[in-house]
Design a protein around this ligand. Structure first.
Ligand code: ZN
Ligand code: ZN
Length: 375
């Protein structure tokens, strides 16, 4: 017989939904919560997400636990019997795992009351446009008064039974980058009557390479990648428009600001040089995930002494996570959960090992119980 939360994960895996469209996911979670008969549960809808509070015996402290709930616009290629029913959408970042684990921990504490209040946050739109920041700023969140926050993310490169994290910076500051250039099109043989945006865009891409190499301290780290470049319509017409699409990643929020200001100067220079108009859009921006040293240290010490798990000291990564906004105002931490998959996050063949689900539920419930013993 399969573990009940593995079965829940499979049901959720069938219905991945994109950011702020997670209506089926929300109603699946609500239906599950309705099966838990307890006067101690308080459920609040927030857009396509949920806040669920389990009242503690004393409630002097409130412990928050966050799971993201959205899928990705990726075609599933796993051939699993419970593959996505939504063509072109997939839980390829493990948020189906995150939800079933959160439901497992939640269910345990409904039956085993502790002193602290617990708040489970089912957060939409982690992959974009970002649900953590608006949820954090919501009236519900302010009323819940969370003292400490935690969350996990599945890690394909770790084995089941392994967890990892570090104090301080875990994930980078990230920003999308879209630059549109508008010139003047015309006949390919009359360049003097036009403003050619293929030439302007090429120059801009080259100039942007100097931002990280010439403006950032070599001992600091940053990435500026242009992943997509589009311009023009046909080979013998000079392009009137061009568009650059990219991403910025930094280990320091100030470096992010410096890079943006350099991009703005370079874009102004291109406007002047090629007599064109440019506009910059930074799209989704995520603040770094910075693990509060004190709470993280407490967790690491506990984890290192557990013989039921293997603790791994993680390095920081240039990936982004909007949980960083929650950790900016509430102390807490995020950790990696090993799921042992040869395919990485955001891969259509990602197939995490489901044994990680009962392991994670046990680990988190034990840690929350341990937190009760040393106030
Ligand atoms: Zn993701
Ligand atoms: Zn994710």
């Amino acid at each position: 017989m399969d573990h009940p939360f593995i079965l829940i994960r499979r049901e959720l895996h069938k219905i991945p939904e994109l950011g702020f469209q997670e209506w089926k996911t929300q109603s699946y979670i609500l239906d599950y919560l309705n099966t838990l008969s307890s006067e101690r549960i308080e459920v609040m809808k927030w857009k396509t997400g949920l806040f669920v509070r389990i009242l503690g015996k004393e409630g002097k402290r409130t412990v928050g636990y966050r799971s993201d709930i959205d899928g990705l616009p990726i075609v599933e290629q796993t051939d699993l019997s419970f593959s996505s029913n939504h063509t072109g959408q997939m839980h390829a970042c493990g948020h189906d795992f995150h939800m079933s684990i959160a439901l497992g921990v939640l269910s345990y504490f409904v039956d085993h009351p502790i002193n602290d209040h617990l708040v489970f946050i089912f957060q939409p739109a982690e992959e974009g446009p970002g649900g953590a920041l608006p949820m954090l700023e919501s009236d519900e969140m302010k009323r819940l008064n969370i003292d400490v926050m935690m969350a996990l993310h599945i890690a394909p490169e770790l084995k089941v039974g392994e967890i990892g994290t570090k104090e301080g910076l875990l994930f980078a500051n990230t920003s999308e980058l879209f630059i549109d250039l508008l010139g003047k099109g015309g006949h390919a043989a009359y360049p003097h009557q036009t403003k050619d945006m293929v030439v302007a865009a090429s120059s801009l891409v080259s100039n942007l390479q100097t931002v990280v190499s010439r403006n950032i301290d070599p001992l600091d780290s940053a990435v500026l990648t242009i992943g997509k470049l589009t311009a023009g319509t046909v080979q013998n017409v000079i392009a009137e428009n061009a568009r650059l699409e990219g991403t910025i990643r930094t280990l320091d929020p100030e470096t992010m600001e410096r890079i943006k200001s350099r991009i703005e100067s370079i874009v102004k220079g291109v406007e002047w040089q090629f007599d064109c108009q440019a506009s910059i859009d930074y799209g989704s921006n995520y603040y770094q995930v910075y693990n509060d040293p004190k709470t993280t240290e407490h967790f690491i010490q506990w984890a290192e002494n557990k013989d039921t798990l293997k603790f791994v000291h993680s390095k920081e990564a240039m990936t982004g996570e909007d949980f960083g906004y929650m950790l900016k105002s509430i102390p807490g931490f995020m950790f990696w959960l090993g799921v042992d998959s040869p395919f990485g996050l955001h891969n259509g063949q990602l197939n995490p090992k489901e044994d990680a689900i009962p392991f994670a539920i046990d680990t988190i419930t034990e840690y929350i119980e341990f937190m009760q013993t040393d106030e």
